[in-house]
Design a protein around this ligand. Structure first.
Ligand SMILES: NC(=O)c1ccc[n+]([C@@H]2O[C@H](COP(=O)([O-])OP(=O)(O)OC[C@H]3O[C@@H](n4cnc5c(N)ncnc54)[C@H](O)[C@@H]3O)[C@@H](O)[C@H]2O)c1
Length: 442
C-alpha cells in the first residue's frame, strides 16, 4: 500500500519505518525541514533503540522517503496517518492546531478518495470535527473516510511495541475504511479491535488515564508505607500477584512524566468536564503525581539536615524514563529546578538525554559518567532508572561522595545492601525512618 505518515516524531517515524519494513511504500512528512534533511541522510534525530537501523535499511531499499510537502504526499498515497503533536494548552485541553493544519492541507490537496487516519492522541469527537473541517476544503465530488487508530507504543521499546502490539484499535465509520486498515495491520497477527470512531478515541485516553491511576495509586500506598513502616515493594508484589490486578505499573517512585500521561490526564479531565462529568479520580491522580516529585526533593532536603542551600546534589537520570532521550515533562526537570531554587549546586548525568537538558539548565555540571556525577556530592538522587545504574561500584561511589547519602526515587537499589555498605538510604515507601511528610490527598 502507499502510505503517508505526517509528523515524523517518536510516533510518526516509528510508524513510517515499521510500515516500510512490512513492505509498504511509505513517505514521511514533517514541517520541520531540518528534521527531514537529517532523516533523508538516514539519521534519526532522537534516541530510540532499533529505529535508526530500520530507517536506513528501508531508505536504501527505496520503501521509505521523506518530504516536507503534504500536498505531494497526499497525491502519492492511499492512506494518510496524522501523527503530529497534540501538546497541552495552559487550561489542560489538547492543542489540536497542528492536527487542524494538517487536515486542511490534506483536504485541499485531495484529488480522489483517501483514508485519513488519526494516530495522534486526541479527545473523543475530534474526528467528527475534523470531518466537518475537511468538507470545507475538499473539492466537490471527492470522497474520503476518517478513522481513528490510536497508538499505544512506549518510548524506549517503540519498535517492538509497534510490531508486536497487545492490540490494534481501529475506529471506523465505513466498511471501506475498516477493510483497508484491517488489511494493513493483518500481518502483525495482533488482536484487531474494530470500533466506531468515538470509542477508539476514548480508548486511548482511558488507557493512559488508567495506567497513570495505577502509578498514583501505588505512590499513595507508598506514602502510607512510609508512615506505618510497611515496605511498598512487598505490598506491590502482594497486590500484583492477583491476576485481576497484575504487577505492571505498580512500581512506586517519583511519579510519571513524558509527553503522554500528564497531558492525556489533563485533557481527559477537561473533556469530562465538557460533558458534565467531574472526573475526581483523575484529578487526584494528577495531584498525587505533583506531590510525588516534591516528596523526592523533600527527601533530599531531609537527608541534608533540612536545608539545600550550599549543598551539592548529584542527579542520576534526566530522561523521563530509561531508553529514551525524551525529557518532555520529565521529573528531573522539576527536581533540578527545585534544588537550584533552594540554593543547591547540581551535578547531573544521563546516558543520552543531557544534550536536551543543557538548554534548560545551562548552569549545572554535566558529568561524563555516573562516577563523575557523584564526585564531591553531599547527596545522590536517582531520578531515572537506567539499567546501567542498577549495579554500580558502590565502594567507589562511597569514596567519591562527600557524604554517602542516597535518595532512590525509583526504588532501584536494595536498601539493606546500601545500609550495610555504610550509606544512608531513602527510597519511596520502603519503611525508611524519616519524619512524616506533609499530608497528601490519597
Ligand atoms: N511519544 C509517545 O510515546 C506517544 C505514544 C502514543 C501516542 N502519542 C501521541 O502521538 C502524537 C505525536 O507524539 P510524538 O511524541 O510523536 O510527538 P513529536 O513532537 O515527537 O512529533 C510530532 C512531529 O510533528 C511535526 N509537525 C508538527 N506540526 C506539523 C505540521 N503542521 N505538518 C507536518 N508536521 C508537523 C513536528 O515537527 C514533529 O516532528 C501525540 O498526539 C502524542 O500524544 C505519543
Amino acid at each position: 500500500m502507499r502510505l503517508a505518515i505526517i509528523g515524523t516524531g517518536y510516533v510518526g517515524l516509528v510508524t513510517a519505518a515499521c510500515f516500510a519494513e512490512l513492505g509498504h511504500d511509505v513517505v514521511g512528512v514533517d514541517s520541520d525541514a531540518a528534521k527531514i534533511e537529517t532523516l533523508r541522510q538516514g539519521r534519526v534525530p532522537f534516541y530510540e533503540p532499533g529505529l535508526e537501523g530500520l530507517v536506513t535499511s528501508n531508505l536504501s531499499e527505496g520503501r521509505l522517503r521523506f518530504t516536507t510537502a503534504i500536498a505531494e504526499a497526499t497525491a502519492d498515497s492511499e492512506i494518510l496517518f496524522i501523527c503530529v503533536g497534540t501538546p497541552p494548552l495552559p487550561n489542560g485541553d489538547a492543542d489540536l492546531s497542528a492536527v487542524e493544519t494538517v487536515m486542511r492541507e490534506i483536504a485541499s490537496a485531495m484529488d480522489g478518495y483517501r483514508l485519513i487516519v488519526e494516530k495522534s492522541t486526541v479527545p473523543v469527537q475530534t474526528a467528527r470535527w475534523l470531518s466537518e473541517l475537511a468538507q470545507q476544503y475538499i473539492r466537490p465530488g471527492v470522497a474520503f473516510d476518517l478513522a481513528s487508530n490510536p497508538e499505544f507504543l512506549s518510548e524506549g521499546t517503540a519498535v517492538r511495541d509497534f510490531l508486536k502490539p497487545d492490540r490494534v484499535v481501529l475506529g471506523c465509520n465505513s466498511d471501506r475504511a475498516a477493510g483497508l486498515l484491517v488489511q494493513l495491520y493483518a500481518p502483525l497477527n495482533a488482536p484487531l479491535l474494530v470500533t466506531d470512531i468515538n470509542s477508539a478515541e476514548l480508548i486511548k485516553h482511558a488507557s493512559n488515564a488508567f495506567l497513570a491511576t495505577k502509578i498514583s495509586f501505588i505512590n499513595s500506598v507508598a506514602t502510607i508505607c512510609e508512615r506505618t513502616g510497611a515496605d511498598i515493594e512487598k505490598v506491590a508484589k502482594g497486590i500484583g500477584l492477583d491476576r485481576r490486578i497484575g504487577p505492571a505499573f505498580l512500581q512506586a517512585g517519583i511519579g510519571y512524566g513524558g509527553i503522554c500521561f500528564p497531558k492525556d490526564v489533563a485533557s481527559f479531565i477537561q473533556l469530562a468536564a465538557k460533558v458534565d462529568v467531574d472526573f475526581g479520580i483523575l484529578k487526584a491522580v494528577a495531584e498525587v503525581n505533583t506531590f510525588q516529585r516534591q516528596h523526592v526533593v523533600d527527601l533530599v532536603r531531609e537527608a541534608l539536615g533540612g536545608s539545600l542551600a550550599g549543598q551539592t546534589v548529584g542527579v542520576l537520570g534526566l530522561a523521563f524514563k530509561p531508553n529514551t532521550d525524551d525529557i518532555r515533562e520529565a521529573p528531573s526537570l522539576t527536581v533540578i529546578a527545585e534544588l537550584l531554587a533552594a540554593g543547591a549546586t547540581v551535578r547531573a548525568y544521563d546516558p543520552v538525554a543531557m544534550p536536551h537538558t543543557k538548554g534548560i539548565f545551562p548552569g549545572i555540571t554535566y558529568a561524563d559518567d555516573l562516577y563523575a556525577a557523584v564526585t564531591g556530592v553531599d547527596a545522590l538522587v536517582l531520578v531515572t532508572e537506567w539499567e546501567a545504574f542498577r549495579h554500580p561500584d558502590w565502594l567507589r561511589i562511597k569514596q567519591l561522595m562527600r557524604r554517602p547519602s542516597i535518595i532512590d526515587g525509583r526504588n532501584l537499589w536494595e536498601p539493606s545492601k546500601l545500609l550495610h555498605l555504610g550509606f544512608e538510604y531513602r527510597g519511596i515507601g520502603r519503611g525508611t525512618h524519616h519524619p512524616a511528610p506533609a499530608p497528601v490527598r490519597v
